[in-house]
Design a protein around this ligand. Structure first.
Ligand code: ADP
Length: 258
């Protein structure tokens, strides 16, 4: 039984001449719930893409349950950033979730099976939007849209779920529902959550990673108002509700990666 979900060793990613990640080392245990925070452009989305095998890696390795990203696709569910999705596309919520059941991509005369449709219905129930199944995605609220993306990511029954800011553009009630759902899912899957939601860091995740091209901190999610105010010494600035904060109490040597 492999008890490391993600093993990242000395990972560097460049987009052309632009370094997005430099020498990142990170282990995520099976069953963990890791929050990743950091400034815009700090490489958070790129780290998720590296786990998915979609980033231009120039150095280092990524392993998912002991396999390369290319061989672990069936284990990993991905909820992309809201802004990355075109909401004008004419498709219903149910159809989007159904696309999560695609394993090998579309082939000629492909049809979803009755089982696929049953799974999609169950997932909509699970995330609490079954009554909206036939609604066009352009007509969904931010919260409904994010729940749809989570349902789609769950269609493969992943062992590892990656979420890129799933509470962005979401009202407070939906945000709480999404965190409740993630806590439930974490009972049998590993979760990596990229977020700007600092409250989530203190109360929801089990571990925290602080990313600014380099992994600046990896450890306990020790976040509170008091800590936020006393966090000088951490080189990562975060923007919460428009206010820059420094977030971590102290970065002891044992937690420093570099
Ligand atoms: P974050 O998610 O923390 O905001 P990203 O991973 O999106 O950060 O981006 C990290 C860096 O890589 C930024 O400088 C960004 O401009 C750059 N970058 C990200 N994606 C691309 C891309 N497809 N092409 C070129 N540069 C990119």
């Amino acid at each position: 039984m492999i008890n490391t979900a993600v093993h990242i060793d000395n990972l560097s990613v460049y987009y052309g001449q632009t370094p997005a990640l430099a020498g990142v080392c990170l282990d995520v245990a099976d069953g963990d719930y890791l929050g990743i925070i950091g400034p815009n452009g700090g490489g958070k989305s790129t780290l998720l893409k590296a786990i998915l095998g979609l980033a231009p890696v120039v150095e280092g390795t990524v392993q998912i349950y002991g396999k390369s990203p290319g061989k672990s696709r069936a284990l990993v569910g991905y909820v992309p950033q809201f802004a990355a999705m075109d909401r004008r596309f004419p498709i219903t919520l149910f159809e989007v979730v159904l696309t999560g059941c695609l394993k090998q991509g579309l082939t000629p005369f492909f049809r979803f099976t009755a089982k696929d449709k049953e799974i999609a219905h169950e997932l909509l129930e699970r995330v609490g939007i079954a009554s909206l199944a036939n609604r066009q995605i352009a007509e969904l609220s931010g919260g409904e849209f994010q729940k749809m993306l989570i349902a789609r990511a769950l269609a493969i029954n992943p062992r590892l779920l990656l979420l890129d800011e799933p509470t962005a553009s979401v009202d407070a009630v939906s945000r709480d529902q999404i965190y409740g759902l993630l806590a439930e899912l974490n009972q049998n899957m590993t979760i990596i959550l990229v977020t700007h939601d600092l409250l989530a860091i203190s109360s929801k995740v089990h571990r925290l990673a602080c990313l600014n091209s380099r992994l600046v901190y990896h450890g306990e999610p020790e976040l509170s108002g008091e800590i936020v105010n006393s966090l000088y010494g951490c080189p990562v600035d975060l923007i919460a509700h428009g206010v820059p904060h420094r977030v971590l109490k102290e970065h002891g040597e044992e937690n420093q990666i570099d």
